[in-house]
Ligand binder design. Structure first.
Ligand code: ADP
Ligand code: MG
Length: 603
């Protein structure tokens, strides 16, 4: 009897604080969100020792009068919503009225704030949730929150903090998110008295990305375009096909200006990239979704990191489509640049550069080369420059001049220089040097060719001399039953032959199937796990992607010049020429500017 006690208010709020203030980065997030909600034009952040010893956030926002400043430290005091109904359509970053009291209850906390036209501001000091001082303060208009000695009164929580470095990195990531989400706001970050960045207010998201991550990254991004249903707007930038990271840290997604984590969106982005993304890699995205706040529930996660959509399928579909369209658009722009006509000398000796190329002046132009020179790795650099060991260059000498590849009339797009290490085709285009991985290129070409056929008339099949029957476990039988039509479209002739038994009569003719039953089991295994969005095309694409690798020319297959030229032409005609169906790059451009830098001609 009488064992239950109400916790004193300070203890209760400390317990709850754990929800909001998990680590220094979470309080940084809350404070910046408050500054953004207050209409700040600039936010200056200072942290010491991973935010554990100090976090200070200064803004030039609307500030608070004395009463509001005191009220802001009460639990569930907020200016952002008034009723439960308002929760249905939250348009601000904050809405729970928990952050400031939570932070103040687990730190030594100081708030100074002043409204723009007020003569004087207020200063409030709270230690471990106890109000200590309230007085006039004379800071500039706006609000300044200083949080010292985080968790000094909660040693148990403090123990859970990681190293200062890790905490610092988390803070930085958090500020990156906010800075990307709000390019129009100037941000600065001082860490242990060192300036990590000063970002001026940016006119566009592109400018902000450039200021924060550099022009090199921006140049490899494509602006999100594409038409999606009116109810949702999608914008921002995503990495062009072939650009990826080993971690998710640069996969940023914002919903109505709020950085969120969403497995739904992650999966949709992945699906949009499909073969343009390497397995196990993560895309780079700065993706912005805007929808009516009424169809997004932001009140689902203590740190407001997750949201719920009223129409998840619609959101998913819109993202998949806009990522696909954006990548296709990016490809058009890329091809235009890649194929910009270069000033190649047509035939015969031209500028000095020409003479250094692997070309022979003795051979008649109509004589087709038998085989392109294959340069050993060691000879490569020198032989290309024409100053290598003459013995090694003999083969090259005999090879007649490959003419620049032309298209529609006389535009010369690029010139094949040679093959390096029996794998990399070296080419020159207007921008400089291009290296093509012949195996990856061929994979991409085969993949798109087969996919086209599958879309159009179905994959050609080859009848087996002896149809074979085979048994599968009930679940697999279910899966096959449900996907019979798709399998047929993919060139697999298969029909039910008893409860868990099937008969296979034909296989895709582009595959070299020696054991149809084993092949079938593998297809089922691969496809079952490959994708859960069981769209017919996707399944077919998966199968093709998996099989083309075995059929593409191998690294060591020597190609003759006409074959090479055709390979390159076919590649450039692909939908996604710059990466193979597994998302690895097919070609790499090394610009003249980069070369000049490397040779110290330019700094
Ligand atoms: P919430 O943001 O959910 O409303 P907080 O505890 O973070 O809750 O803040 C409480 C209130 O204090 C806010 O609703 C806002 O009115 C005020 N406030 C907090 N930070 C600032 C700031 N930087 N500038 C102006 N007002 C602020
Ligand atoms: Mg808040």
């Amino acid at each position: 009897m009488g064992r239950i006690r109400l916790l004193p208010e300070t203890v209760a709020s400390q317990v709850a604080a754990g929800e909001v203030v998990e680590r220094p980065a979470s309080l940084v997030k809350e404070l910046i969100e408050n500054s953004i909600d207050a209409g700040a034009g600039r936010i200056d952040i200072m942290v010491r020792r991973g935010g554990i010893s100090l976090v200070r956030v200064i803004d030039d926002g609307c500030g608070m009068d004395r009463d509001d400043a005191l009220l802001s430290l009460e639990r569930h005091a907020t200016s952002k919503i008034r009723s439960a109904a308002d929760l249905q359509a939250v348009a601000t970053l904050g809405f729970r009225g928990e952050a400031l009291p939570s932070i103040a209850s687990v730190s030594r906390f100081r708030l100074t704030t002043r409204e723009p036209h007020a003569i004087t501001g207020s200063e409030i000091i709270v230690n471990g949730g106890k109000l200590e001082i309230v007085r006039d303060g004379g800071e500039a208009p706006g609000t300044q929150v200083e949080v010292r000695s985080l968790f000094y009164n909660l040693p148990a929580r403090r123990k859970f903090l990681r190293s200062e470095n890790t905490e610092s990195r988390n803070i930085e990531h958090q500020i990156h998110l906010q800075a990307i989400g709000h390019p129009q706001i100037a941000f600065s970050l001082l860490r242990d008295d060192r300036v990590l960045f000063r970002l001026p207010a940016a006119a566009t998201l592109g400018d902000r990305i450039r200021d924060l991550y550099g022009i090199e990254l921006l140049e490899r991004l494509v602006e999100v375009t594409g038409t999606v249903p009116r109810k949702i707007r999608i914008g921002g930038f995503i990495g062009q096909a072939g650009l990826s990271r080993q971690t998710r840290t640069q996969q940023l997604v914002f919903v109505n200006g709020r950085a969120i984590e969403s497995s739904l969106i992650t999966a949709a982005i992945r699906e949009g990239y499909h073969t343009a993304l390497m397995k196990g890699q993560y895309p780079v995205t700065f993706l912005f979704l805007e929808l009516d706040p009424a169809v997004v529930d932001v009140n689902v996660h203590p740190a407001k990191r997750e949201v719920r959509f009223r129409d998840p399928a619609g959101v998913r579909e819109a993202i998949v489509r806009s990522v696909q369209q954006t990548l296709e658009g990016g490809r058009a722009a890329w091809q235009k640049k890649f194929r910009a006509p270069a000033s190649f000398p047509a035939t015969g000796p031209g500028k000095a550069v020409t003479d250094l190329r692997l070309r022979s002046e003795v051979s008649a132009p109509e004589e087709l080369p038998r085989e392109l020179p294959h340069l050993g790795p060691s000879a490569a650099g020198l032989a290309v420059a024409g100053i290598g060991d003459p013995g090694r260059a003999v083969k090259a000498e005999q090879a007649p001049s490959p003419a620049p590849v032309k298209r529609d009339g006389n535009q010369q797009e690029f010139q094949i220089i040679g093959v390096l290490s029996k794998l990399y085709v070296l080419m020159e285009n207007a921008d400089g040097l291009v290296l093509v991985d012949q195996h990856a290129a061929h994979e991409r070409i085969l993949f798109e060719e087969l996919r086209r056929r599958m879309e159009e008339q179905g994959v050609p099949t080859q009848k087996l001399l002896l149809p074979q029957t085979f048994d599968v476990p009930p679940r697999d039988a279910d899966w096959i039953e449900g996907n019979l039509l798709i399998l047929q479209k993919m060139g697999i002739g298969i029909e039910s032959f008893g409860p868990n038994t099937f008969k296979i009569e034909s296989v895709p003719s582009f595959l070299n199937v020696s054991d149809p039953v084993q092949f079938m089991r593998k297809v089922v295994d691969d496809l079952k796990s490959a994708t859960n969005s069981a769209s017919a095309m996707r399944l077919g694409e998966e199968m093709i992607a998996k099989s083309v690798c075995r059929h593409a020319v191998k690294a060591n297959d020597p190609l003759r010049y006409p074959e090479l030229e055709k390979l390159i032409r076919d590649l450039l005609d692909c939908d996604l020429p710059y990466c193979c169906p597994h998302g690895r790059p097919t070609m790499i451009q090394i610009s003249l500017a980069e070369l000049e830098k490397k040779f110290g001609r330019k700094v």
